[in-house]
Ligand binder design. Structure first.
Ligand SMILES: [Zn+2]
Length: 683
């Protein structure tokens, strides 16, 4: 008997002249229904022969529910007998209706560009459908990467975001709420470049230390200058015209956000007129008044456009007096100081809570620019259980009048538990009042399947440790709040999770990927020197990297003479023509970022008398990214670029022992070197 495996197509109706995003929505529905219900057996309220009507169909129009009649980004799922209507407001609402339908009724989950669930069933018996929703925040942006290949816009729309960070969403996926040119931040110098106008109009630019200067790094504009507004306005109109033209060419809605913000530095103008204005309104108040003045003109010509501005560094402090940002201005408050692992409700985060409170009454529209990861690349991916606090954070934003979030959550492949956090973030952007315990449990359960118990236990434990130790997680940390014992316990839980997921390649892959941060921390910890009671940091052989020394008969040996831990790495010099692998003994500090040696010493005199001797490189500043190398051939190395040491001065002391003949320049004799480890003595 022949067996035929086939995917029965579900009936999907589109408008007569469908828009590109409606075509995408219908394709999305067919694709995932095909995956989830290959039999095509779908009923709704008991009715068979179900027909899906996607977008501005005759059915939607007959019900008075076409996209232009619905609020932007609102989605509607409704059945009438066997007919199911999926439609929404603006260019994205219909796509959101489809993704909600697939998530809520077919259990489809989009976790990342790589991970998704589309569970298969024999048939799908839907109840009579009547669901709809409108996201709580009107601007929902998660920035993953500047690189399109690492930031697929499809994921943003499937997760009901309306901006894909800095990668635009194309027309066939509904387009995003994008910024017009020149950029989304730090635009002063892009409108009026110092390099172009500085000579002719120095008075437009900031007075810093007695001279006029501008530029992205060196200065700002002089916002009290009476002629600046007209010059800026002219440029702004040019940018809006360009934004319109670019959008038209791509079939997109013209951008409605134009950013007017300071260059990325803290050097505000010091001229007398500006100072007088700061006195009266604060730096932020002067800036709000400048943007308001532009907005008043643009508002007359283009009422749908918003000018956006940054409350950042010197404009974080709210304005004084009765200054308030105009109705067509959006204030973007940046959170650069919070403890990323803690709830916004904890005392650690009072600074940002106070800023939010201080801006009350000073804006008509507020976006928050916030961060979900640690940016220091050595500690990127180390675990912290922020997923338990996002609900508090977004609820507070909403309660304080925020209508938009720009959320930086980069490095999906390496940052801690990215898929789970991204899912939770985007769900709360739609509705921060969802029951968080249920949502979080459900996300872990679906993502980790059979391994969920130990994974959840590891995350709960991580959070308990953080609370117990009052740890603060900023952009660069040592994660010392996790003790070696805690780390071992967490690693054991991840081992258990791997064991439980072993039978399923997908869950095993997810567990292995999710535990990388914990593994990376363990590896980092293994190499990190340990602080002794006297303040000296000590690294025994366990902290050394044996990769290169192995080819020189290098190995760890027990040595009772060793002053550090009773062990040493022993290896031979191998004199050759260029003598690199011979004595004299040398060691030094290499900056792996700039690829330059930043400190080194050669010891002409080797002490071959028995036992270990200390060799010291005095008063050396340790760079941000550093490695310690031993011998002129760098046969032995030790990573030691830790935020804890960066920029600080130490004496570096190496304990070494030499066996063999006394060193004579040019000698081809072989010596055996023993290195017990090193110490960092703070200066
Ligand atoms: Zn000035």
């Amino acid at each position: 008997m022949l067996m035929f495996l086939f995917v029965a197509a579900v009936a999907v109706v589109l408008p007569d002249a469908p828009k590109p995003y409606e075509v995408t929505a219908a394709k999305e529905l067919r694709t995932y229904l095909g995956k989830c219900v290959p039999s095509g057996k779908v009923t709704v309220g008991g009715a068979k022969d179900v027909v899906f009507h996607v977008g501005d169909t005759a059915l939607a129009r007959a019900k008075g529910l076409a996209s232009e009649q619905i609020d932007e980004d609102r989605w509607i799922i409704r059945s009438f007998g066997k007919d199911v209507m999926l439609v929404g407001g603006g260019t994205r609402g219909t796509l959101y209706a489809v993704s909600h339908f697939l998530e809520d009724y077919c259990d489809v989950r989009w976790w990342s560009d790589r991970e998704e669930d589309a569970p298969v069933r024999d048939s799908l018996a839907l109840p009579a459908l009547d669901a709809s929703g409108k996201p709580a925040f009107s601007y929902r942006s998660i920035h993953r990467s500047h690189n399109r290949a690492e930031s697929d816009p499809r994921l943003a729309i499937r997760r009901r975001l309306n901006s894909n960070g800095l990668v635009p969403i194309p027309a066939e996926w509904g387009g995003g709420k994008e910024y017009g040119p020149p950029d989304h931040a730090h635009t002063f110098d892009m409108y009026l470049p110092w390099s172009k106008y500085g000579k002719e109009h120095p008075e437009w630019y900031s007075l810093i230390g007695g001279r006029r200067i501008g530029g992205q790094l060196d200065g700002q504009l002089c916002l009290s200058n009476p002629d600046l507004k007209a010059a800026f306005l002219g440029k702004l109109r040019e940018m809006i015209a360009k934004g319109d033209a670019d959008a038209r060419a791509k079939g997109l809605v013209p951008p409605r956000l134009y950013e007017i913000s300071m260059n990325d530095n803290g050097k505000a103008c010091e001229c007398a007129a500006c100072k007088a204005e700061y006195e009266k309104w604060n730096k932020s108040g002067q800036y709000v008044r400048f943007v308001n003045a532009l907005a008043a003109e643009i508002g007359k010509e283009r009422p749908e456009i918003f000018l956006t501005m940054l409350a950042y560094i010197y404009t974080e402090e709210p304005p004084k007096g009765d200054v308030r940002a105009a109705d067509n201005v959006i204030v973007k408050l940046c959170d650069t100081k919070s403890n990323a692992a803690a709830s916004i409700l904890e005392p650690d985060n009072d600074v940002f809570k106070k800023l939010l409170a201080g801006w009350q009454g000073k804006f008509s529209h507020l976006f928050v620019w916030d961060y979900a990861i640690t940016f220091d690349k050595r500690t990127l991916g180390f675990p912290f259980a922020s997923e338990f606090h996002y609900a508090d954070t977004y609820r507070r934003y909403l309660a304080n009048g925020a209508s938009g979030i720009f959320w930086e959550h980069e490095y999906p492949l390496v940052s801690d538990l990215w898929e789970i956090k991204f899912y939770i973030e985007s769900r709360f952007f739609e509705d921060p009042y969802l029951d968080e315990a249920t949502l979080i449990r459900d996300a872990f359960q679906r993502y980790f399947g059979p391994a969920v118990k130990p994974v959840f236990a590891a995350r709960r434990m991580l959070e308990k440790v953080r609370v117990r130790t009052k740890a603060v997680i900023g952009w660069a940390n040592e994660f010392t709040f996790i003790s070696d014992g805690d780390l071992a316990e967490m690693s054991a839980l991840w081992d258990e999770a791997e064991r439980l997921a072993k039978g399923d390649a997908m869950y095993l892959r997810r567990v292995k990927n999710a535990r990388l941060g914990t593994d990376k921390l363990a590896e980092y910890r293994r190499h990190m020197p340990v602080r002794r009671a006297d303040g000296v940091y000590v690294a025994d052989v366990g902290h050394l990297d044996l990769t290169y020394v192995k080819s020189h008969r290098g190995a760890i040996v027990d040595d009772p003479e060793s002053p550090i831990g009773g062990k040493a790495v022993a290896f031979d010099t191998e004199p050759n023509a260029h003598g690199y692998l011979s004595l004299p003994f040398a060691f030094g500090v290499y900056n792996t970022g700039t690829k330059k040696t930043t400190g080194s010493r050669e010891f002409k005199a080797i002490d071959t008398s028995p036992g270990y001797h200390w060799y010291t490189l005095e008063s050396t500043t340790i760079p941000d990214n550093a490695m310690l190398y031993f011998t002129r051939a760098w046969q032995l190395q030790a990573p030691f670029g830790y935020p804890l040491f960066a920029g600080k001065k130490f004496d570096i002391r190496v304990a070494a022992k030499f066996e063999g003949p006394e060193y004579i320049p040019g000698s081809t004799a072989t010596n055996r070197i023993f290195i017990a480890g090193y110490e960092l003595v703070p200066r």
